[in-house]
Each structure stands twice: as C-alpha cells, then as structure tokens.
Ligand binder design. Structure first.
Ligand code: PEP
Ligand code: MN
Length: 342
C-alpha cells in the first residue's frame, strides 16, 4: 500500500499518517518525491486490515489517494501458488494440457433426454456431463427444473455413462442435497456474489465450478473464488460465460475472451468458457469455442440437447448432438495445432 500525500500536505499531516500506519504494527517508509511525499507500508498487511486501513488513510487530512500494490485476493493468485491447479474429477482433469469439455442440456427434463444427451456427448468427446435440476429463471412462471428428481436422473446417467455430473446449486440450504448426487457443484452467474452460498461451497467436499457474474470485474470474480478457497476447498474451476453486452441485438451477452489470458496470468485456477450462455445462439457457439481454446482456456461448458426445439429452456442456444460433434472435431484440430490434446 502506498499513501500519496497532497502537494500542499503539512509536515504534521505527514507525521500523523506515518503514526497511523505505525499504530497498526506496520512499518511506514517516507518517500519524498519531486512535488509530494509518498508513504509506503513496508510490511505485509494482514488481509482483514487492508480495507479498513486504506479507508481510514484515504480520509486523513493531507492525503491525496491510497494505491494498493498487492492484490486483494491471495489464495487465488499465482503469486501465492505459481503452478497451475489441475482439478481431478474421478479422472477427468480440468487444467493442464488436455482440453476438457463439459456438455449436456441446460435443464434435466427426463431420464430419456438425459441418457440420450449423455451418450451423444460422450461419443463426441465430452469428459463431463452437465444438466440443471435447480434452474435460475428470470421469470417465476418459467420451468424451474425437476429438483431432486432431476438430481437422481443426473446421478443415474453419470453412473451409466461414466461421465462425472456437473449441476447448479442455487441455495446454500440445498448444498448437502446437491452434493449427494453431483460430482461437481456449479455456482451460477447470478449467484457469484452470494456469500453464504460461496462459503457453503468452500465447506463442501466437491469441486466447484464458479461462473463469472455478468457485471463482475475479474477481481470481484477472483475474490468470490477466494471465499471458497479460504474455507479449505482448493478445487475451484472458473467459468467465463459472457458479460453484459453493449449490443443485445445479436448475442445474449458478450464473451470476454480477454478474461482467459488475464486470469491465466494472475491466477493458478483453471478457467473454462461457456459459449452457450455467452452468445445465446447456437449458430455462434462453435466459433466462440474456437476463440476460447485459441485464447488458452482449459475447457468448455457447452449446452447440448437431443432435440433443442423441444427444450424447456434455452432452446435457441443448445446444440444438436451432430453440431456438437462437428464443433469438437474442429476444436480438437485446433487444440492439437497448439500442442494440446482433447
Ligand atoms: C447454466 O449454466 O445453466 C446457467 C444458468 O448459466 P449462467 O449461470 O451462466 O447464466
Ligand atoms: Mn442454460
């Protein structure tokens, strides 16, 4: 942390800031510059002290502004953990050289639908199966998911096909229930800043797929991951799924492809991309999958439905199995060209 004093700060104001830093057991260093004095904090600031101290210093007389040098998150940062994290889900690895594909319908609708989707995505090369039993819908009148019955179908389908199952948990009270059936728990974009849910996920014995909120900055997203990590759950997978768009005429959200190399450089956590919710249109899904892998994503989360026209939700963005298989073939070629496998 560096405190930049105003150009006209008095010696007394400077000394008060130095004293305030010293009172916290931290070591202040005065750095006189050309036109102003800056005061650096030359010791590690305990995480819980950073924000309150910075807020107090910010309003002290003679202070121009306070700049943060270290990042607000620690466990999620690459400085803390230089090597890439690889999350292993019963042998399906996310992170590392192999591109992992999670695929399946938006919502679990029936046993037949799930089984058909799972068989087709497995045949095409998916390593994990997705499907929502608790659906976060904008309208309370829209299909809300099958709940526990859906979870049972997911478990059965995962067991029959050997594809680990990924499903969303929306409420922290449902965490034990969802963990009974799921191999990976998903925290949806709308819940990225639901702190009781993040804490419950941090205490769950399951890997967590954490989607980025559509309005969240990368730092807010990594701080949400920090909530899970600081409870002791180190198996966090980040998922970029599009941010609020400038133009909704053609796509539902805007895929922030830049988030992939940015997150890779500042965090050790694996990052995957969801082109289905980002675009909201099946026609653009394959192109965004290629962009994600070209940018260095560790995997993809793609919605696939045996018959998108009959889907209970997100029918416009779900791929038919045949189109999913074609996309995987393209992405495999791209991954291979980049020295990766799929
Ligand atoms: C989903 O993956 O089913 C979903 C609802 O996505 P998001 O939270 O990104 O909107
Ligand atoms: Mn969906």
């Amino acid at each position: 942390m560096i405190v930049a004093m105003s150009k006209d700060a008095t010696a007394e104001e400077i000394q008060k800031v130095v004293a305030k830093i010293g009172e916290q057991g931290l070591r202040p260093i005065e750095m006189p510059g050309g036109d102003r004095v800056a005061i650096g904090v030359a010791s590690a600031i305990p995480a819980e002290l950073r924000q309150p101290l910075s807020e107090i210093l910010e309003i002290m007389p003679g202070v121009d502004h306070v700049a943060q040098v270290s990042r607000a998150y620690k466990l999620a940062s690459r400085e803390f953990h230089p090597a890439d994290t690889v999350v292993d889900i019963h042998g399906a690895k996310i992170g590392g050289n192999r591109v992992a594909i999670i695929a399946g319908p938006c919502a679990i609708e029936s046993r037949e639908q799930m089984l058909e989707a799972a068989e087709k995505v497995k045949e095409a090369g998916a390593a994990l199966l997705r499907g929502g039993a608790f659906k976060p819908r904008t309208s309370p009148y829209a299909f809300q998911g099958l709940g526990e019955e859906g979870l049972r179908i997911l478990r059965e389908t995962s067991d029959l096909t050997g594809l680990p199952g990924v499903t969303e948990v929306m409420d922290h009270h449902d965490m034990p229930l969802v963990c009974r059936y799921a191999d990976v728990i998903q925290i949806g974009a709308r819940n990225m800043q639901n702190y009781p849910l993040l804490t419950a996920a941090g205490n769950a014995d399951r890997p967590v797929l954490l989607k980025r909120g559509p309005s969240a900055t990368i730092d807010e997203w990594l701080l949400a991951a920090e909530y899970i990590l600081c409870q002791g759950n180190e198996r966090v997978i980040l998922c970029e799924r599009g941010v609020h768009p400038l133009d909704r005429a053609y796509t539902r959200y805007t895929l922030d492809v830049s988030a992939v190399p940015v997150v890779k450089s500042i965090s050790h956590l694996p990052i995957i991309v969801d082109p289905s919710h980002a675009s909201g249109n099946w026609k653009y899904v394959a192109a965004l999958c290629r962009a994600a892998i070209a940018a260095g994503a560790d995997g993809l989360l793609v919605e696939v439905h045996p018959d998108p026209l009959s889907a209970q939700c997100d029918s416009q963005q779900q791929l038919k199995p045949v189109n999913f298989a074609a996309m995987v073939t393209e992405v495999r070629g791209l991954a291979n060209a980049l020295g990766r496998s799929l």
